[in-house]
Design a protein around this ligand. Structure first.
Ligand code: 5AD
Ligand code: SF4
Length: 355
């Protein structure tokens, strides 16, 4: 196991030879603990309405330049069928925090998917109320994704303005989700303005402490219609303390996450693939990641789901993307995962890597 000093040292490391050792170690842990399979999760962005006003995200409530949409259940079920046709094991329904997506409506949708397919259902619908999370679990939802974004509470409060009358923080909700029996995913952004090396090291140890089933970490990408994209002084740190939002830093976080949480599912994120279209996806898969989430959102809506600019999927034809992925996995000698690809072993009983 790696201790805090070692993690901090790796986060500061710039020597390419030593970094190659770190990446090789993460790749070996990945192979030993979760195997060679790459799991595919079809992502459907079902609504871009959002009540929240996060300082980093293009879907924030105050961004009136966004054309808002909400998909119908028929449109969503078409995407679900597409996931089945392509042999994916999981469908991920993602949205902003949109109360127009009513509790019962989502529950019915989940029931329909579970009754008609063998897909695992992952929800990623924001900070909804515990009663709603319970109703969706009851309806058959398997997993829930909710990123805590940064473990630095002071920074978090600055970039994620609290809504009134909320009884739970994201970290509190993650606990509730776990107690409800969901497989729980979370994660952070890498290189958020105001994120220090110390805070990022804390994020990594918090992943481990929370026993997360899925952990996603991608680089922060500034969006021009957000406070963090417009105002360079919004959250600042002395340059030696600030984590840079670089591709290399994101790989280091993927690799360190794999070493600290050997049994978790770790996606090769779209934000990383957006930074390096040619090799980002592949490199993350070779440095600890074992999951890819291809976007199944219909083209007309996809462009409106602009969390950050120039998202990889904006330019991709879905069939071309699929073919490209299959080619990539073949080149890597990694098989596509069969079945839902859930928690690879019971994390609580999970083994430590011997590496
Ligand atoms: N850059 C990178 N990732 C972002 N997210 C939101 N805004 C950005 C950004 N500007 C990520 C967050 C959030 C998810 C919806 O997308 O991690 O949880
Ligand atoms: Fe809404 Fe999520 Fe974007 Fe925050 S990060 S504004 S909650 S979609």
């Amino acid at each position: 196991m790696m201790n805090r000093e070692e993690v901090l040292r790796w986060l500061h490391e710039t020597d390419p030879t030593r970094l190659a050792d770190l990446y090789a170690r993460a790749d070996a842990v990945r192979r030993e603990c979760v195997g060679d399979e790459i799991h595919l999760r079809g992502l459907v962005e079902i609504s871009n309405y959002c009540l929240q006003n996060c300082a980093y995200c293009g879907l924030r409530r105050e961004n009136i330049a966004v054309e808002r949409y909400r998909m119908s259940d028929l449109e969503i079920m078409d995407c679900v069928q597409e996931a089945v046709r392509r042999g994916y094991g999981t469908i991920v329904l993602q949205s902003g925090e949109d109360y127009g997506l009513e509790t019962g409506w989502i529950a019915d949708l989940v029931r329909k998917i579970k009754a008609g397919t063998s897909l695992a259902v992952t929800l990623s619908l924001g900070e909804r109320f515990p009663e709603e999370l319970a109703a969706w679990r009851e309806a058959g939802a398997d997993r829930y994704l909710l990123k805590f974004e940064t473990s630095d509470d002071e920074l978090y409060e600055r970039i994620h303005p609290a809504l009134p009358n909320r009884a739970y923080s994201r970290k509190g909700l993650l606990r509730i989700l776990k107690d409800l029996g969901y497989e729980v995913g979370s994660g952070v952004m890498v290189g958020l303005p105001g994120q220090s090396y110390q805070a990022l090291a804390n994020d990594l140890f918090l992943f481990r402490e929370m026993g997360l089933d899925m952990i996603g970490a991608g680089p922060f990408l500034p969006h021009p219609q957000t406070p963090l994209g417009q105002d360079a002084t919004y959250a600042t740190l002395p340059p030696e303390e600030q984590v840079p939002a670089t591709e290399e830093m994101a790989y280091k976080v993927v690799a360190l996450t794999r070493i600290l949480c050997p049994n978790s599912n770790i996606p090769s994120t779209t934000s990383l693939a957006s930074l390096n279209r040619e090799a980002g996806r592949r490199l993350a898969l070779q440095r600890g990641a074992n999951v890819v989430m291809p976007n199944l959102t219909p083209g007309t809506y996809r462009l409106c789901y602009e969390i950050y600019p120039e998202k990889l999927c904006f330019h991709e034809d879905p069939d071309f993307e699929h073919a490209q992925l299959m080619q990539l996995f073949a080149d890597l000698g990694r098989p596509v995962g069969k079945g839902p690809g859930g928690r690879p072993v019971d994390i609580a009983k999970g083994k430590e890597s011997s590496l």
